[in-house]
Design a protein around this ligand. Structure first.
Ligand code: ADP
Length: 761
């Protein structure tokens, strides 16, 4: 392509050259005067002119006028470069045949314009069906179309054109309307337009010999996209072809994009007649290419979101989206996501499109995941149920072992037997700890461990831990003490006293276990306080064996001990720290250790507790046991009812209670318990939970339902050690809760609490 630039200097030409260099086959020629331009234009053909408005030998506009008057330059674009064009100037320019005016400085604008023009003049690569019966017209036109780069099937009748059209995919049909042969051009056009999309929308350019308005209207009604009149000026035809093709290309592009999204598209009218379905939807629903679609209700559900599809759209929703299950042609089912929208109305009927996305695979994966999740949850529940049951079953005999050992130790025994009894007692307690740990762990892991949130006095919890473990420390000659004052720690916070105590006991217990001499110190302080929350920090320092750097993280994992060898000196399961870490995490805190082998360790944990106005029920303060002897002196002869179905457990509890100086009556199940409770005013009832005939919860309800049974303290004794169990007891109207195996110290504290209430009232 040759472009003539008429300018006094080569500068402008060079700029254009640079910017258009990526377009192939472009030649820029320069004329530095009007005279030179004229002589060049006479000698060769130029496709494009860029004229400077001011030249040394005259005005560019006069050259434009001259060029247009010559036949060889009638059609090509002529650009005029001016300073700042006025309206008057623009008018003159149009009259002179100038295509566009550009200011010289708007180079980018000019280049964009030229590029577009260059594109327009690229070869028209497409496949065209050309129908023309007059041979003398057909042949030169065919040559012209081929020259423009088209692939052309040229035929002389509509009868010959129709089968070709069906057999191939054409980008465009160029068709004479008045044709010899059986089928007229109009009929051919009409047939094409009745085909399903996208073929039915192939652009058609009609060629007519005589032009009048009525004829034109008729052709457009028939569905042509454009028309040209004979004799056809080639430049005009090319421009019209280019337009049609570029529009067609745009449609094709969106169609390709749609295909690439794997969306199926179904178009139908308001009578429910399907007008078209693309390849994707055919594939989805298993409808072969030749098969007719029929009615929309054969394929889609009649109701969407509880209303008919049309109603939904009529109600003004622009778009309705819904997951659906569809039936394929072969009767199988498909999960899809359906989107319904209204298209531009055409041909007098409202038109709708449904977009379908096949979500069968996603659905199948989701279903599988869901099933796997449910199975895992079921397994988890079974595991924790199993563990809970096992724990209950193990606790009952342990209750007997520990209880009996305790009772026997009270008798005067020869030293060797007393020693063996101690071993039985210790082994029983170890086993009990293990059962508790494993149970805790399984509940934490399955997310079933619920934390209590009750008013607690953390200061007294710390004091309790110290007094509880002091004897153990003293046995080893260690000094166990609380250091620093807990001032600053709000007196009452909301938290779980059992779990806080458990975490501290674990640390202090370990410290005592791993320290041969020296001290164990328990510290408490407030680490941060904001709004209604405090972050507490607990520290346990010991002067024990310490832990090597590389073991410090590992020991918080399950079943990990610093010394995993079989010859290790200290017993234990390696569960304590792992449980503590998990419990502390549940309380919004963290755990850690600072240690040096041989010098000792400081284990710490934090916990986030809420502040509260409520008063803590301070067991530690009120429950200071005056001592077993004092208890005996105070409550001797008081009668309590023991309800327990298991013979050994009964015997253990009975002996314990008798040891405390109490008078004990027994009932072997709930029914008997209710009878006895109503027959005589007991100072307290100790109630087992699981019993034949009538369980503890139900028996309590019945006792509470009577007038005499309202005030009796009822204390649950159970091997079900969870908070929920405790809550069940409380909900039934029980006053307190003692876990089995019964710890005599806990039992006596509990009894003291409730018996003294009875005394004072
Ligand atoms: P267990 O004490 O039952 O083995 P833990 O989880 O409570 O289980 O402790 C894991 C390991 O961490 C212990 O076996 C011990 O090696 C180490 N450890 C814990 N506390 C201390 C401590 N105060 N001093 C030294 N080592 C400790």
């Amino acid at each position: 392509m040759d472009i003539l630039v008429v300018d006094a200097s080569p500068l402008y030409r060079d700029i254009l050259q640079q910017n258009l260099s990526r377009h192939r086959g472009i030649q820029l020629h320069l004329a530095t005067s009007l005279a030179e331009a004229r002589s060049l234009a006479n000698r060769r053909y130029f496709h494009f002119f860029v004229l400077s408005g001011q030249m040394p030998d005259g005005e560019g506009i006069s050259l434009a006028r001259q060029l247009r008057s010559g036949s060889a330059t009638a059609m090509q674009p002529i650009i005029l470069l001016t300073g700042s064009p006025s309206a008057e100037m623009a008018e003159q320019a149009v009259k002179a045949g100038v295509t566009e005016l550009f200011r010289k400085q708007d180079v980018a604008e000019l280049i964009a314009f030229m590029r577009h023009y260059l594109e327009v003049n690229q070869p028209l690569r497409c496949r065209v069906l050309y129908v023309e019966d007059a041979r003398e017209q057909r042949e030169p036109m065919l040559a012209q179309l081929l020259e423009w780069g088209m692939t052309v099937d040229a035929v002389d009748s509509a009868d010959a054109a129709w089968p070709l059209f069906l057999a191939h995919e054409y980008d465009l049909v160029l068709c004479d309307v008045v044709l010899g042969g059986r089928m007229s051009g109009s009929r051919l056009i009409n047939r094409i337009r009745r085909l399903p999309l996208p073929r039915g929308a192939t652009p058609i350019l009609a060629v007519t010999a005589f032009d009048n308005p009525a004829r034109r209207v008729e052709l457009f009604h028939l569905g042509i996209d454009d028309y040209v009149q004979k004799p056809i000026p080639p430049a005009e035809l090319r421009a019209r072809l280019y337009n049609l093709l570029s529009r067609q290309r745009a449609v094709q592009r969106s169609q390709q994009l749609l295909e690439a999204t794997a969306l199926g598209v179904l178009v139908f009218d308001e009578d429910g007649v399907i007008e078209s379905g693309d390849d994707n939807v055919r594939q989805m629903l298993g409808v072969s290419a030749g098969q007719a679609w029929g009615q929309v209700r054969d394929w889609l559900p009649e109701q969407i979101n509880g209303q008919s599809m049309f109603d939904a759209i009529l109600l003004g929703q622009h778009m309705v989206r819904q997951p659906v299950t569809l039936r394929r042609a072969d009767g199988s089912y498909l999960s899809a996501l359906l989107t319904l929208l209204e298209l531009e109305a055409s041909r007098g009927l409202r038109q709708f499109a449904v977009l379908l996305r096949d979500v069968s695979q996603e659905r199948a994966i989701t279903d599988r995941l869901l099933a796997a999740k449910q199975a895992a949850e079921r397994a988890g529940r079974m595991k924790s149920d199993f563990l809970a049951n096992m724990s209950h079953e193990i606790r009952t005999p342990l209750n007997a072992i520990i209880g009996m050992a305790h009772l026997m130790k009270r008798a005067e025994l020869p030293a060797d037997q007393a020693g063996r009894l101690d071993r039985i007692d210790m082994a029983g307690k170890l086993l009990l700890n293990l059962v508790d740990d494993i149970l805790d762990l399984s509940r934490i892991e399955s997310g079933q461990l619920l934390l209590e949130s009750v008013p607690v006095s953390v200061g007294s919890l710390v004091a309790n831990v110290v007094s509880m473990l002091s004897p153990r420390a003293a046995d080893k000659g260690l000094l166990l003490q609380q250091e620093g004052d807990a001032a600053g720690v709000p007196h009452v916070l909301l938290g779980d006293p059992t779990r806080l105590t458990q975490a501290m006991v674990n640390y202090v217990g370990n410290a005592i276990k791993f320290t041969a001499q020296g001290h164990v110190i328990l510290r408490l302080r407030v680490d941060a306080e904001d709004g209604g929350e405090v972050l507490l920090r607990f520290e346990v320092e010991d002067s024990g064996i310490g832990i090597a750097e590389e073991d410090q993280q590992r020991i918080f994992d399950l079943f990990q001990q610093a010394d995993n060898s079989t010859t290790r000196r200290f017993g234990g399961s390696g569960l304590g720290l792992a449980i503590t870490r998990r419990l502390v995490n549940l309380m919004g805190g963290e755990t850690g250790v600072i240690s040096q082998p041989g010098l000792g360790s400081t284990f710490w944990f934090t916990a986030r507790l809420q502040t509260t106005e409520r008063r803590a029920f301070d067991h530690a303060q009120t429950d200071k046991l005056a001592g077993e002897a004092a208890f005996r002196a105070r409550f001797a002869g008081t009668t309590v009812l023991l309800v327990e179905d298991d013979e050994i457990s009964r015997e253990v509890a009975q002996c314990l209670l008798a040891d405390f100086g109490l008078q004990v009556d027994v009932a072997v199940d709930g029914v008997q318990a209710v009878e006895k409770a109503l027959a005589m005013p007991y100072a307290a009832i100790l109630m087992d939970m699981q019993m034949p005939r009538l369980d503890g919860v139900e028996a309590t309800r019945r006792i509470r339902a009577t007038a005499v049974g309202q005030a009796i303290p009822i204390i649950a004794m159970t091997a079900n050690a969870f908070i929920e169990d405790r809550e069940k007891c409380m909900a039934a109207g029980m006053n307190d809760f003692v876990a089995k195996p019964i710890n005599p110290e806990v039992l006596i504290v509990c009894l003291q609490r409730w018996l003294s209430q009875g005394e004072s009232s």
